[in-house]
Unconditional design. Sequence first.
Length: 294
Amino acid sequence: MKKYILIAVALWAAAACHRGPRAIPEQEMRAIIRETLIGQSIIQQDRDERRFRPLDSLDMYSEVLGQYGYTLEDFRFTVREMAMRKSNPLTNILGEVAADIKAISVVAEARYKHQLHLDSIAQQMTSDTVFRSDTVLRGKLDGYRFVYAQRSEKGDSVVPKGLYRLSFRYSTGSHARSYTKSVRARRVSRDGDAAENTFWLPVAKDTVPYEGEIRVATGVERLTVSISETLRKDQRPDTCYLTGVRLTYVLPVVQARAAWLERLTGFPSDLEKYYEKQYLDSLAKRSGSVPPRL
């Protein structure tokens, strides 16, 4: 009897080793194709990921198929088998995949816009005005200038890295010409290197708000903002107006989210460290010391 059992086991093992490709059910084919196409799109958009992992459709299919317990041979066999049918369910599957991706993209776009809105609010609520002036300037705007810098722990002059928003209210006068007035942001590094951006002011007969962005890299010693004006000899001087100058430092999105959440809830963003400190403080109060390596 044992001999027959051993023969049966050997036959089953041989059949398992030489098993041919399997047919993938239609619903799983739909999910596999959908996830592969989405994965390819994500990697193609993510340049950092693509740099370390070249985009290859077969690699992507192999990875997704492996999560469902199938191989490329199973996938090829299923495609051939479906194409040979009179009804050809592959056409319906591809149509369903297209509908799935469209529905996912609509939801994803709505969530993305909502997140952008929340991030904008978080950055506005956590931004820091580092320079302000409510002085009203009338007449010629050319020559208005201010310099922003902070003192570091070493006592050096430094401008923190990040994004700054420059805003004010202005008018250019009734006789202003286009591209005659500009805002210049000049960043000077510790090595003496300078980089400058120019923002042209549109003509504004009535008082209008202005807002521009200035990006500061690491190692900047001072930031100079000035307004320049180009006039021709035959051009009549304008009677301009400028007030409400603000230079605002905007926190990076991740930091702004954490700071805003902490402000709303009263809890820090890292709750694990917060509660660990609470626990250690309570132990110290009860026993007078905290066990080592707790």
